[in-house]
Design a protein around this ligand. Structure first.
Ligand code: HDE
Length: 697
């Protein structure tokens, strides 16, 4: 029998399942009699410090917080595995790359960069995409982003970049935004940022969810085979779900409606068994290619276009389990770029070399000591043997007497003792013996000096819709910059990239005269070919799988139409959510009550990929003056979404101002028996872009 809830015991004894040893203890293991009332001298007397139960509870609570990450504070972690589909022993001796079918457990953490831990998910920002592979030869951390280039070329500039992007130190705002003077001042004085600026002003920084974005290792790394031969490599994650982003106006509204939009999306998808997958691709090239390439392969502000070096797919990452505990796993996971395994090595990219110092260093502060590898999420899943010992929170010090080397335990008089581990030149990690020479200097290589060519290539590779979004984003951000000289300086950079976009932004921020070009270290190459791989819209999905349909129903809604929509969504592998004026749901035409997933003001159309509105004429009249109902329809229209409807909704659609503006993105559900499935097939295109006023080619 479960014990009854008893008010007089302060709730301490309620609902205990039978047969379980569920007696509460202190962290020292003392059974606790009462943890709701502090020991006191009489019922109204002073509380006593001797109460070790109360003191321990408060002491532990006082220390629950650890410093948030200085960047990438807001993150979301998921377990999964990587399966090798194509062996590459010719390139790498790494155990995970040698046998087709090998499954390596993984933990992936997605993040935003600039915002604090409590900032909204849809800030315009780069997304981190960090994966820890628990390989049989130790942990390999691929700590990447959803953008293949970075703002700066040398790690020594990182503190400046992050200070400039984070809230201004005097006022402590704006939070999770780059739309302010400090950020644009810094980047406009750092021309090397211009390629990255074009990426962050594209819709890449407002992804629809973590599931629909790419990941990149960014730097050039090395792969080293059994014979010690090295190739250069760039790592890519390609989402099998296709690419998808939201629209800026949508992002602003989603942040209000659901600041946890991205983490909720991932949680829901995994919970529903719809496991997201990414293919791991490699771009492999040798020294000859590196020498002939227009840019320096060690410069993290450059890509190697896929059209120039194709991406070879070698395996698939599947994310299939949510964490059991957010703090233990997502917060405590410690990624370090220097965690590499035999067969993978670093290059001399100066950004990467600086990162190799920073990540280990930061974990010491954040996790409180050098033993963070003892925390289960960070512990390798292969044997670990060394002579390291002690320190804060040491969980497993090596056993035995030998804690140094060389030692002669295990032989002679000490034959019975364990001598401990020994280094293995054959199995062990061997750094690639790259030739290095040169004077000690503090200079940036001349080969890093081209700041605009690839920024231009990125811009011209976008569809007109995407180019318009970029011009709008630049205009928005620079409109928030108060200092006119900074605004002008930025336009002076854009002029090197594309005169058209420079003009649009200049007009957008009200410049009456076009500013001069900022002096360039090198003239840009203006005829780099377009790279279609750089566009989101050219790489979207062609179906609605994994997406969300919002069905707004009110009393009197045609039950047949609603059921057909739910069925069609299921068949398309999509999720259908019922939205209604009341959370209790709506009475359908067949007399059955349909439970709602969301009340209309908590389920605006911005949180769905496509919407349907199904209600009786009476309800449509009733809700035609209801603001959340009007916004639902109006926003879906403004955000170029596909909208399905029944003719009875006319009064609501008229008041929302869309009845006379219905276009090819609207779908009449009374038009035939297969209307619902035809609508879902249309939704595979995700947006009806013709509705956006875009500049013509
Ligand atoms: Fe990071 N970065 N970073 N970064 N970074 C951190 O490490 C740093 C850079 C990236 O989910 C910190 O554990 C320097 C590029 C991700 O836990 C810190 C430089 C790329 C994450 C750090 C860079 C990244 C971090 C903060 C300039 C893409 C989150 C907390 C050289 C390739 C990992 C921590 C997670 C986190 C330093 C630039 C990706 C301070 C010095 C380029 C995904 O160590």
């Amino acid at each position: 029998m479960a014990k009854e809830f008893n008010l007089s015991d302060g709730g301490a004894n309620h609902q205990l399942p039978e047969g379980k040893d569920d007696v509460m203890t202190t962290a020292q293991g003392h059974p606790v009699a009462d943890d709701q009332n502090w020991l006191s001298a009489g019922p109204r007397g002073p509380q006593l410090l001797e109460d070790h139960v109360a003191r321990e509870k408060i002491f532990h609570f006082d220390h629950e917080r650890i410093p948030e990450r200085v960047v990438h504070a807001r993150g979301y972690g998921v377990h999964g595995h990587f399966e090798l589909k194509k062996a590459i022993p010719q390139y790498s001796r790494a155990a995970i790359f040698n046998d087709v079918g090998t499954k390596t457990p993984t933990f992936t953490r997605f993040s935003t960069v600039a915002g604090n831990k409590g900032s909204p998910d849809l800030a315009r920002d780069v997304r981190g995409f960090a994966t820890k592979f628990y390989t049989p030869e130790g942990n390999w951390d691929l700590v990447g982003n959803n953008i293949p280039v970075f703002f700066i070329q040398d790690a020594i500039k990182f503190p400046d970049l992050i200070h400039a992007a984070k809230p201004a130190p005097d006022r402590g705002f704006p939070q999770a935004q780059t739309a302010h003077d400090n950020f644009w001042d810094f980047v406009s004085l750092s021309p090397e940022s211009m390629h990255m600026i074009m990426w962050i002003m594209s819709d890449r920084t407002i992804p629809r969810s973590f599931r629909f974005m790419e990941g990149f290792g960014v730097h050039t790394f090395r792969l080293v085979n059994q014979a010690g031969k090295s190739h250069f490599v760039k790592f890519h994650w390609k989402p099998r779900q296709g690419l998808q982003s939201v629209i800026w106006n949508e992002a602003l509204k989603i942040n209000g409606a659901d600041p946890d939009f991205h983490r909720r999306d991932m949680w829901d998808a995994i919970d529903a068994g719809d496991y997201p997958q990414w293919d791991l691709g490699i771009q492999v090239f040798d020294e000859d290619f590196a020498d002939s390439f227009e840019f320096d392969v060690l410069d993290a502000t450059k890509i190697i276009p896929e059209e120039q070096v194709p991406v070879e797919i070698i395996g698939t990452l599947t994310l299939d389990a949510n964490v059991d505990n957010f703090f233990a796993e997502t917060e405590q996971v410690a990624f370090c770029t220097q965690n590499i395994v035999p067969g993978i090595d670093h290059s001399d990219d100066p950004l990467l070399q600086g990162r190799n110092f920073s990540y280990l260093d930061t974990q010491l502060k954040r996790l409180g000591g050098p033993n963070f590898t003892h925390i289960p999420i960070n512990a390798p899943k292969c044997p670990v043997r060394h002579f390291q010992q002690d320190g804060h929170m040491a969980m497993h010090n090596p056993k035995g007497r030998a804690n140094y080397e060389p030692n002669s335990w295990g032989m002679g008089d000490g034959a019975e003792e364990d001598r401990g581990p020994r280094a293995s030149p054959d199995r062990g990690f061997q750094s690639y013996p790259a030739e290095i020479s040169g004077p000690k200097v503090r200079v940036r290589s001349e080969t890093f000096a081209d700041h605009y060519s690839q920024a231009r290539q990125f811009y011209v590779s976008q569809t007109p819709v995407e180019q318009t979004h970029m011009a709008n984003a630049l205009t928005f951000e620079l409109s928030k910059v108060e200092r006119m000289d900074i605004r002008k300086r930025m336009v002076g950079h854009l002029r090197h990239i594309d005169d058209g976009v420079a003009q649009e932004v200049a007009d957008g921020i009200g410049l009456t005269e076009m500013p001069d070009k900022v002096p360039a270290a090198r003239d840009p190459i203006t005829d780099l070919p377009e790279s279609p791989a750089l566009s989101i819209l050219r790489n979207g999905p062609d179906n609605f799988k994994g997406r969300k349909l919002g069905i707004y129903v009110a009393d009197g809604a045609d039950a047949g139409v609603v059921k057909a929509l739910q069925k069609a969504a299921k068949e398309a592998g999509a999720m259908a959510k019922i939205v209604a004026p009341h959370i209790a749901g709506a009475m359908l035409s067949d007399g059955n009550k349909l439970q709602a997933d969301e009340k209309i003001d908590g389920g605006p159309s911005v949180v769905f990929d496509a919407v349907a509105v199904v209600m009786s004429e009476e309800s449509a009249i009733r809700y035609s003056t209801d603001k959340p109902s009007i916004d639902f329809v109006n926003d879906a229209f403004a955000h170029a979404k596909f909208v399905a409807y029944v003719p009875a909704v006319q009064p609501l659609f008229e008041n929302a101002g869309v009845w006379n503006r219905m276009d090819g993105g609207f779908f009449n559900l009374s038009s035939g028996t297969d209307a619902a499935s035809e609508f879902l097939a249309q939704c595979g295109k995700l947006r009806f872009w013709d509705r956006e006023s875009v500049k013509q080619d």
